[in-house]
Design a protein around this ligand. Structure first.
Ligand code: ADP
Ligand code: MG
Length: 323
């Protein structure tokens, strides 16, 4: 069973960024609008995610860390329910199987909460503790008991890059949530969470880029697009500055990137790419999220129609801009 836990854990916990992703998604699920992530040594020695969400009730804390203990029934309203179905209730047990995890949580405003310590899947300590409402989960020594996995980890900079790339995009997808990312004593991200997308862009790319962004919008009967794209003089050497969301979730969309670049094509020098945040809204029935369960790729049912909205909205924004 111990081995089974570690094998299953490998599917969920590939690297430090996967731990951050699972913990931060839980914080968002818990309704948090303030999420603080701290990491040390690229997340390999420490990852801490603190939120001001609903918290976990004292009697539910232990079961949250036990495999298959929390299998929620999908309501169908969550577009990405299918993607997470396989991992439902498996994230915390999986992380706890391959690290030393401390959870401090409170579901009330009376300052009463619970602390639990799990090492390699075994509960080694738990008790009542004074905790403000919300949850703080600290993951220490990731993969300490799975040296084979640890060997596959890249440099601190690479692992940190995966974490920050994920959180930057998440901050852009959720301008209403305040995100902080610290690595050691460095603050890498601090978004206000005041709902303003341009402010979120400023937090991620800096104020001068944010000021140089042009609003973009377009719609058809089936799809709606809004967001910002950069003026052609504010470009980057790769496509990583392009973020696409579908109904609030970050996705990977080579198609939308291509459509965006088509609008820029006479304006951009070779090898330069815009900064952009494209937010797509549609009926969940118009998008198939089951294509690549882990890679966040999707299939749109009327792809050509959608890509034409992206291209023409970007083209209109670029040709209408004031120099
Ligand atoms: P899942 O998210 O698929 O339900 P997880 O293993 O990620 O499974 O989490 C197990 C359960 O623990 C969640 O369903 C939730 O009830 C609780 N939980 C985890 N993290 C938090 C959090 N930050 N705030 C409140 N509850 C949480
Ligand atoms: Mg989860």
């Amino acid at each position: 069973d111990h081995i089974a836990n570690q094998i299953a854990a490998g599917e969920v916990v590939e690297r430090p960024a996967s731990v951050v992703k699972e913990l931060v998604e839980n914080a968002i699920d818990a309704g948090a609008d303030y999420i603080e992530v701290s990491a040390e040594e690229g997340g390999l020695s420490l990852i801490r995610v603190k939120d001001n969400g609903a918290g976990i009730h004292p009697e539910d804390v232990e079961t949250a860390f036990l495999r298959h203990a929390t299998s929620k029934i999908s309501t169908g309203k969550d577009l990405f329910a299918i993607r997470t179905l396989g991992f439902r209730g498996e994230a915390l047990p999986s992380i706890a199987a391959v690290a030393k995890v401390e959870c401090r949580t409170s579901a009330t405003d009376d300052g009463l909460g619970r602390r639990i310590l799990i090492e390699g899947g075994k509960i080694v300590d738990s008790g009542d503790e004074a905790v403000p409402r919300g949850t703080e989960i600290t993951v220490r020594e990731l993969f300490y008991n799975t040296p084979a996995r640890l060997k596959y980890m890249k440099s601190v900079q690479t692992e940190l890059g995966h974490i920050s790339d994920y959180l930057y995009r998440l901050a852009l997808a959720h301008p209403d949530i305040s995100f902080t990312l610290r690595h050691g004593s460095n603050v890498l991200l601090q978004s206000l969470g005041n709902g303003d997308l341009r402010q979120a862009i400023a937090a991620v790319y800096g104020t001068s880029t944010a000021k140089a962004m042009i609003p973009v919008s377009g719609e058809s009967l089936d799809y709606r697009l809004d967001g910002f794209i950069s003026k052609p003089e504010f470009t980057r050497a790769n496509r990583n500055g392009i973020t696409v969301t579908v109904n609030g979730r970050v996705i990977r969309s080579p198609q939308a990137t291509q459509a965006l670049l088509a609008a820029y094509h006479t304006l951009l020098p070779i090898g330069r790419f815009p900064v952009a945040v494209l937010r797509l809204k549609m009926d969940p029935s118009l998008v198939d999220v089951n294509v690549h369960p882990s890679k966040l790729e999707v299939r749109f049912s009327k792809e050509a129609e959608l890509m034409e909205i992206v291209r023409s909205a970007a083209f209109t924004a670029l040709t209408g801009m004031v120099h």
